[in-house]
Ligand binder design. Structure first.
Ligand SMILES: NC(=O)c1ccc[n+]([C@@H]2O[C@H](COP(=O)([O-])OP(=O)(O)OC[C@H]3O[C@@H](n4cnc5c(N)ncnc54)[C@H](OP(=O)(O)O)[C@@H]3O)[C@@H](O)[C@H]2O)c1
Length: 348
């Protein structure tokens, strides 16, 4: 292998140029070639990895914004590679938990090779009888978000009605399937006919609608939920949240996973129907997946057999090569991805 004895190899990288306001553009990132020595420094407890698959995630938009105080998410560094979740193979390890040849998922760089300086944040991949790219989504951060958000935050009961926005995406497609398997009535919204078809015919949702084609979101929700909504799994915010509040049932729960419709706005939209919280005794709770990573082994134990038995299915949208990574990331904010957006750096 080139670079095996510590000589320099080509390292293609996606560099973050500068902080962004408004919608991110391709020109906010630049694909560059540098070189890297494939050798760990003496005494390092880091990992030298070869990146295989990278994950495009909406939260990465927060990291493109000039840091404000207080900072809850670490911003990207202008002039340095983008960082995010990915699947990688260990080339050299200075950490007792990993050895050469291990596969892992966790935070890495948008480049061919990365020196991971915090290996304790990475998860070793033990089950390789599923596609490795699944660990960028279904079996990684997005899957854990769906699992923790639904079971820990929504407090579901069998027979309840569940509404999911951005339902065909990485998180939404699994929330819907978990809710169906649990015995709920599940409806999703998405932004195209193709996505609505997926929800109904592949992911087994009871109903779905294209929010871009509905003149009146309140009417669409009343049509799908004549008796009201027990659980809203919130992925988009804005007008959808406002409309959902009108249809929530008594003691309804809103799990605030994300609000992608607001991430690129200079001025966030207001929510008007807040008085519904009072008489309907609605509980709304935001959550961040990293607070639930201790549940990962339990999640894997539940989800792996369901995948192997075909009870949980998964749709990925794959971009080939780091050159296409900026377009893939930006596409999330225009609904270009059909399913989980993955970037392939290398198949081996
Ligand atoms: N709390 C956490 O720890 C956590 C962890 C992971 C993800 N999240 C959040 O979960 C949500 C879903 O993430 P994901 O990874 O599953 O992404 P995703 O759904 O795979 O991709 C994003 C999708 O959002 C929809 N979208 C984009 N702009 C929109 C807009 N203006 N209005 C309505 N929908 C819009 C698009 O689908 P359509 O074509 O259907 O519009 C797009 O495909 C995001 O809000 C994300 O920030 C939170």
């Amino acid at each position: 292998m080139a670079g095996e004895n510590g000589e320099a190899v080509r390292n293609k990288q996606v560099i973050f140029r500068d902080y962004v306001s408004g919608f991110p553009e391709n020109t906010d990132m630049e694909v560059r070639e540098s070189t890297m020595k494939l050798r760990l420094l003496e005494g390092s407890n880091g990992l030298l990895v070869k990146n295989l698959y990278l994950s495009c995630d909406p939260y990465m938009r927060f990291r493109m914004t000039k840091p404000n105080v207080p900072v809850y998410v670490e911003p990207f560094r202008p002039g340095s590679p983008i960082t995010g979740y990915g699947v990688a193979r260990v080339l050299e390890s200075g950490h007792p938990n990993f050895k050469k040849g291990d596969l892992l998922w966790g935070l890495t760089g948008w480049e061919e090779y990365t020196l991971i300086t915090a290996p304790e944040t990475c998860f070793k991949i033990e089950h390789t009888d599923v596609p490795l790219s699944y660990y960028t989504g279904l079996l990684g951060m997005a899957g854990m978000t769906a699992y923790a958000g639904f079971f820990e935050v929504c407090s579901p009961k069998k027979g309840e009605t569940v509404f999911i926005s951005a339902a065909s995406g990485a998180v939404g497609q699994l929330v819907g399937q978990l809710a169906k398997l649990f015995g709920c009535y599940v409806v999703g919204s998405a932004g195209s006919k193709e996505k609505v078809d997926l929800l109904k015919n592949k992911f087994g949702f009871d109903d779905a609608f294209n929010y871009k084609e509905e003149q009146d979101l309140d009417a669409a929700l009343k049509r799908c939920f004549p008796e009201g909504i027990d659980i809203y799994f919130e992925n988009v915010g804005g007008k959808m949240l406002d409309a959902v509040l009108l249809s929530m049932k008594l003691h309804g729960r809103v799990a605030v996973c994300g609000m992608i419709s607001q991430y690129n706005l200079e001025q966030p939209e207001g929510i008007h129907n807040l008085t519904n919280f009072i008489l309907k005794r609605i509980r709304m709770e935001g959550f961040v997946v990293t607070d639930y990573y201790h549940l990962y082994p339990k999640f894997l134990e539940m989800v792996l057999p369901q995948i192997k038995e075909g009870k949980i299915v998964y749709v990925e949208d794959t971009a080939e090569g780091l050159e296409n990574a900026p377009t893939a990331l930006i596409g999330l904010f225009y609904g270009c991805n059909v399913g989980k957006q993955v970037v392939v750096v290398s198949h081996i």
